[in-house]
Design a protein around this ligand. Structure first.
Ligand SMILES: [Cu+2]
Length: 367
């Protein structure tokens, strides 16, 4: 807030100076009153170019210093490190080119400012120059694009070779549901037309499909560390996007089709909580939360880091809050957790308690 006020005050001061200059100019009517820029005008504008250059360099350095801490911590997935290197190299190249070209642009703007009597050199073209400034971007961009395509195909190689865990992520306005294949690790057939709210068949599983009975439907995603997970995404209503920033993973969820993404989590939630960047972020957040608590405001409970699944497509009015907690744990912890969950056969086909899903589903219209 203070920063905003400071900026507003600075802007107002600038406007005041500008207006005073105009008044001053008007009072000097005897002086030269031409609308055509003279040498002194051109020189002033040349220096202003330098001032603007210093401003953009300054704001860049300031942003690095002030906002770097908001970047994501180290990736929690096997492919994340390569993704981050690709991103970093792209940014470094863009940053260097930007710094250099802006410097040259403003310098030449000053150097070749209008001077009375000077005539511009007529210069039609130069094959050599054209070649140089074409071939450099061609090489750099080809390298980046090829590396990007290679990384993309490696990440998107979704196969069942290493016995991955199969998990369905089901998106709807405005929540996520996850489904495990159960004992056989095979998801039963499902279709939105088979959704039956009365029986709490919230994902539209086909009851006649033998693979469906042992499926496990949950509202909190648990993943064993070190095992590849193949996600199958579905959407009930509109476009959503399953976004798991800490795993550098995102895939659209499209009504009427199944999309896929796959990754291997490499750090448990507990391990990630020890990451220095995460520790720092938690500390900073909890300082803010403590202030809120002191003022009696909401969202003031101490925060603890958790992996998270978010929706990254603006899908409606509660899009901002469409999220699901992800817990990465050891194989033993995961086995113990999954053993406690009810299967689809027990909870729906067996007509057991369905309350936990009823209250989520009752508010949701089904087509
Ligand atoms: Cu959404």
């Amino acid at each position: 807030m203070t920063t905003l006020l400071t900026l507003v005050v600075l802007a107002l001061v600038a406007i005041a100076i500008w207006q005073m200059t105009k008044i001053f100019e008007l009072s000097q009517l005897k002086a030269e009153n031409s609308q055509i820029a003279n040498d002194s005008d051109n020189k002033t504008n040349g220096y202003l170019l330098f001032a603007f250059l210093i401003f953009i360099y300054g704001i860049t350095i300031f942003s690095f210093w002030k906002y770097s801490k908001f970047l994501l911590p180290e990736a929690g997935s096997a492919h994340g490190a390569e993704y981050d290197s690709l991103m970093l190299v792209s940014f470094v190249i863009i940053f260097m080119v930007q710094t250099l070209t802006q410097g040259l642009l403003h310098y030449f703007g000053y150097k070749y400012r209008g001077v009375k009597g000077n005539r511009a050199l007529f210069f039609a073209d130069s094959d050599r120059l054209e070649f140089i400034w074409t071939i450099i971007p061609v090489i750099v961009l080809s390298g980046l694009i090829l590396w990007g395509l290679y990384t993309w195909t490696t990440i998107m190689d979704i196969n069942d070779d290493d016995d991955p865990l199969i998990v369905e992520l089901y998106a709807q306005q405005f929540n996520w549901t996850a489904r495990y294949g159960g004992e056989d690790n095979v998801l039963g057939m499902a279709n939105v037309r088979m959704i039956d709210i009365d029986k709490a068949n919230v994902l539209g599983l086909d009851e006649s499909d033998t693979y469906a009975a042992d499926d496990i439907i949950v509202k909190e995603l648990h993943l064993p560390v070190g095992r590849k997970v193949n996600f199958k995404m579905r959407s009930q209503d509109v476009l959503h996007s399953a976004y798991m920033p800490h795993f550098r993973a995102q895939m659209n969820c499209v009504p009427g089709m199944i999309t896929q993404f796959s990754f291997t989590p490499i750090y448990t939630t507990e391990e990630m909580r020890q990451n220095p960047d995460v520790v720092d972020k938690v500390k900073r957040t909890n300082v803010i939360r403590a202030e809120r608590a002191a003022n009696g405001e909401d969202n003031s409970d101490p925060w603890e880091f958790d992996y998270i699944l978010l929706c990254n497509k603006i899908c409606g009015k509660s899009h901002y809050n469409m999220q699901m907690k992800i817990i990465v744990e050891t194989q033993e912890e995961y086995d113990a957790w999954i053993a406690e969950q009810k299967t689809f056969g027990q909870s729906v086909m067996g007509q057991a308690s369905t309350d936990e899903f009823n209250n989520i589903e009752s508010a949701t219209a089904v087509n």
